[in-house]
Design a protein around this ligand. Structure first.
Ligand code: F6P
Length: 539
């Protein structure tokens, strides 16, 4: 394996002086370096990957037996070895009836029975058949959860805004009281349904926000507050403590990771907002990508190719971050969602066997929708000293058909950015621009230095017909499997998250100190900050 890495590094050195733009001298460049699945296109032709690099990267994938690893995940093997769990979010959206076994038991009947329970509940709330305590309709839903119990449903609910015909959905995650306070301030408890979503039902932020919401409900509804509650959890025994009726509890199993959980009961707000049929289409889209991932040769396999491009940029070119730039306002929360998906999964420093990784693992993921980002951080993307591979997402068609001009402008901007990143502006071209602006002689040269763009900056573009539930499902599953592919090549466990534990433990220990207990055992900075942050009696 090391030999393949070395060949990749040597190839990078040899090809570093070949501009990306020059690769389009091959008329087949776009056709050869793009791939399609169910109308979702991945264009990675505007990267420095050439066929030699791609062949070597595919050898890496074969070397780690990626096909067998994909099969192991889909078959329910215990691939999350530090938690002793299978990884089966794909089962939540499986459309076929082929049994998926965990410890010899087919998990599909239980998944479908819970989904049926969700559908009955969602239909009841949406039709008004399931009523609030005063016999009225639920007009608003608050989902209280954090991390995977928030980001997935929040991102997808926003993404599917054009399909909303159910109650308004609000999402409270932060333990900062401002979040729940500001949300409750605009809502009527008589009309509001609260979903407490927590895989473990122990997460302090969620439990604290749930208690606050319960106090709010009780103040208005007294003993009927429970009529306004539902819960989503793997720990169904713990949900009773909040007084939630068992038929309002939607369970799932521990083989669904938090950041992969939106396909099951954690997706309840999505189903409430857009209805069971659209939710089913969302699952179908993800399942289509799963089928593609499992059955397509690696060379044409979208998640694999996306992963290999990631490996090339991160490990071979040394680019430590990637920007996710949806030219789709409804995907506003996609970068935040992908931060958890990618960085919680692949932000690891040891291999499965506990040995230190010999090379970089997960990159920093960040981003904002275009065109907003263009007027903020794109300056650095174009002219900064750091190269950040950009990932553009764009639909052929918008939902706002009466605003076609907006969408045309959006497309033009998206394509302009990837072109500008690749093409740049040479010093000679920049001098012409400077001359047109009236600069002459040495001043013209000085200005040209500021006006030139190095170019040769890589990007990929994911293009889809329209942001329908189906295509949203495809896009999310594409990214999930990209994370899987990269994790498999690095040899890490992409399904645990031990790195979040230490901060949680220290927060528990610090709470009494924040409340006045002695902080003698703490370092000087922590002591100093505790003292500075102590509430002033005069305020
Ligand atoms: O702290 C990290 C984490 O465990 C995430 O992996 C998870 O999505 C989030 O917290 C919320 O956990 P839970 O759903 O158990 O409340």
């Amino acid at each position: 394996m090391e030999a393949i890495w070395q060949q990749l590094e040597s190839h990078r050195v040899e090809s570093a002086n070949t501009p990306i733009l020059s690769l389009f001298g091959d008329a087949e460049r776009f056709a050869s370096f793009s791939a399609d699945s169910d109308d979702l296109l991945l264009d990675y032709s505007k990267t420095s990957l050439d066929s030699t690099a791609l062949d070597l990267l595919l050898r890496l994938a074969n070397h780690v037996d990626l096909d067998a690893k994909i099969k192991a995940m889909s078959d329910g093997d215990q691939i999350n070895t530090t938690e002793g769990r299978a990884v089966l979010h794909t089962a939540l959206r499986a459309q076929s009836d082929t049994p998926i076994l965990v410890n010899g038991v087919d998990v599909l009947p239980e998944i479908r029975s819970i989904r049926h329970q969700m559908e009955i509940f969602a239909k009841g709330v949406r039709s008004g058949e399931i009523q609030s305590a005063d016999g009225g309709r639920f007009t608003d839903v608050i989902n209280i959860g954090i991390g995977g119990s928030d980001l997935g449903p929040a991102m997808a609910t926003l993404a599917l805004t054009p399909y909303h015909d159910g109650p308004r959905c609000h999402f409270v995650s932060n333990v900062d009281g401002a979040h729940i306070h500001d949300t409750l301030a605009n809502l009527d408890p008589q009309r509001t349904l609260v979903i407490v979503a927590s895989k473990t039902f122990t997460t302090i932020e969620t439990m604290t926000n749930a208690e606050t919401a319960l106090v709010w409900l009780r103040a208005a509804l007294g003993d009927n507050a429970a009529d306004h509650l539902a819960a989503v959890s793997t720990a169904q025994d713990k949900t009773a403590a909040l007084g939630i009726a068992p038929e309002r509890v939607f369970g799932f199993e521990d083989w669904v990771g938090g950041r992969y959980s939106l396909w099951g009961p954690v997706g309840l707000p999505i189903m409430l907002a857009v209805g069971p049929e659209n939710f089913t289409d969302f699952l179908r889209g993800a399942d289509a990508m799963d089928t593609h991932f499992k059955s397509t040769p690696l060379r044409e396999n979208l998640p694999v190719l996306l992963g290999l491009v990631g490996i090339w940029h991160n490990n071979i070119c040394g680019y430590g971050s990637r920007a996710v730039l949806p030219y789709d306002q409804h995907l506003q929360r996609l970068p935040a969602y992908l931060q958890q998906l990618d960085m919680e999964s692949n932000g690891k420093r040891v291999a499965q066997d506990g040995s230190a990784l010999p090379r970089a693992s997960g990159p920093v993921v960040w981003g904002e929708p275009g065109t907003n980002g263009q007027h903020a951080f794109y300056q650095l993307l174009h002219q900064g000293t750091k190269v950040v591979p950009a990932e553009f997402l764009i639909a052929a068609e918008a939902h706002e058909s009466d605003l076609q001009h907006h969408h045309n402008l959006l497309k033009a901007n998206c394509l302009a950015q990837s072109e500008a990143l690749m093409r740049g502006r040479s010093h000679a071209e920049a001098r012409d621009v400077a001359a047109k602006r009236g600069f002459e002689g040495a001043e013209q040269d000085r200005m040209a230095a500021h006006l030139s763009f190095p170019g040769d900056r890589p990007s990929i573009t994911i293009a889809y017909p329209k942001l329908t539930p189906f295509h949203l499902g495809q896009i999310i599953a594409l990214y999930e499997h990209r994370v899987f592919t990269e994790g498999a090549i690095w040899g890490i466990n992409s399904f645990d998250q031990w790195g979040v534990e230490l901060g949680k433990e220290l927060a528990v220990a610090l709470l009494p100190m924040v409340e006045g207990a002695s902080a003698e055992t703490k370092d000087g900075s922590t002591k100093g900050l505790l003292s500075k942050l102590a509430a002033s009696p005069n305020q």
